[in-house]
Design a binder for this molecule. Structure first.
Ligand code: HEC
Length: 151
């Protein structure tokens, strides 16, 4: 009686071990990839956040650019401020491609923050051409970050 209980326990432990082993190895296989599957990406709240915020970046930067072209400093500043307000979230978010290079990702976000802030600084000084130059730099950082972290 005692023996058979022990055996049953051992079988249960062995099966549990196999499941644990399997889930650990699939987890590791995932982490080694440079890209995440869509489902896994959407399950990660920080990746979801990034995906959700990028359309706003796109719209706000298009409006910012067109306001700069028209020389409408008030509107330009409003859109630059909208982008700046989202940067803390950008820094906390995560790309799904090359997600292991999180440090580099944050570096891009920090540079982006600085260039958009300098658009605002130039606008405050009534320096429209300085603002345009700073905006061109910000656009280059959008592109650099996409080149490394977007598929
Ligand atoms: C720090 C990195 C970084 C910066 C800076 C950045 N992006 Fe992105 N962007 C990404 C990543 C990563 C993705 C892909 C993520 C995703 O859609 O899941 C992306 C996706 C996008 C998309 C596609 C959204 C979609 O639905 O697929 C657009 C549009 C976009 N970015 C515009 C911009 C614009 C415009 C700027 C600059 C004003 C910018 N981004 C700055 C990292 C960045």
């Amino acid at each position: 009686m005692k023996n058979s209980t022990l055996t049953r326990h051992n079988v249960i432990i062995a099966i549990g071990g196999i499941f644990l082993g399997l889930s650990i190895s699939t987890g590791i296989a995932f982490a080694h990839g440079t890209e995440m599957h869509d489902k896994a990406m959407m399950a990660d709240p920080q990746m979801k956040k990034l995906h959700a915020m990028m359309p706003m970046f796109s719209l706000a930067s298009a409006e910012l650019e067109s306001a700069l072209e028209k020389g409408d400093k008030e509107t330009a500043k409003a859109h630059a401020d909208r982008i700046l307000a989202a940067v803390p979230d950008l820094k906390k978010s995560k790309p799904h491609k090359n997600f292991k290079q999180q440090k580099k990702f944050v570096e891009h976000a920090v540079q982006f923050d600085a260039t958009v802030a300098s658009v605002v600084e130039s606008l405050k000084k009534d320096d429209l051409s300085g603002a345009k130059t700073a905006y061109k730099k910000a656009e280059k950082i959008c592109a650099a970050c996409h080149a490394r972290f977007r598929d």
